[in-house]
Design a protein around this ligand. Sequence first.
Ligand SMILES: [Zn+2]
Length: 123
Amino acid sequence: MTIKFKQRSVWDGFRRGLGGKCPDCGKGPLFTAYLKIAPSCPSCGHAVGEYHADDGPAYFTILIVGHLVVGPMLFLDFVRTWPVVWVWALLIPCIIGLSLFLLPRVKGAFVGVQWAVGDRSAA
Ligand SMILES: [Zn+2]
C-alpha cells in the first residue's frame, strides 16, 4: 500500500497566509474577524479552522516588533536626549500600532506554514 502526500509549498502557504488568504487556494479569506480563523474557506472549502496557531503568532510578533523598535533605539540620539515621557509617548503608540498591524499577518503566515507541513495541532 502506498500513501501519497500532496506536495505543498511552504512559501505559497506563508505568502497566502500573510495576505490573509486561504493557504490552500489563495482566494478565500482566512479570517472572519480580526484574529478569528474561518471554519472553512468559502472559496475551496478547505477546513482552515482546523489549524491551531495558539501562542506562536504572538511570540513571533513580539520578536519582530522588539527587533524593529529596540534596534533603532540603540542608534537614535533622541532616545537619550529627549525627556523620557516624550520618548514613551512616541514609542508606545508605535509598538501598539505595529503589533496590531503585524499580528493577523503573522498568524496568517503561521497557519500557512502549518498548512504546508501538514500540522493541524501545533500545541
Ligand atoms: Zn481556499
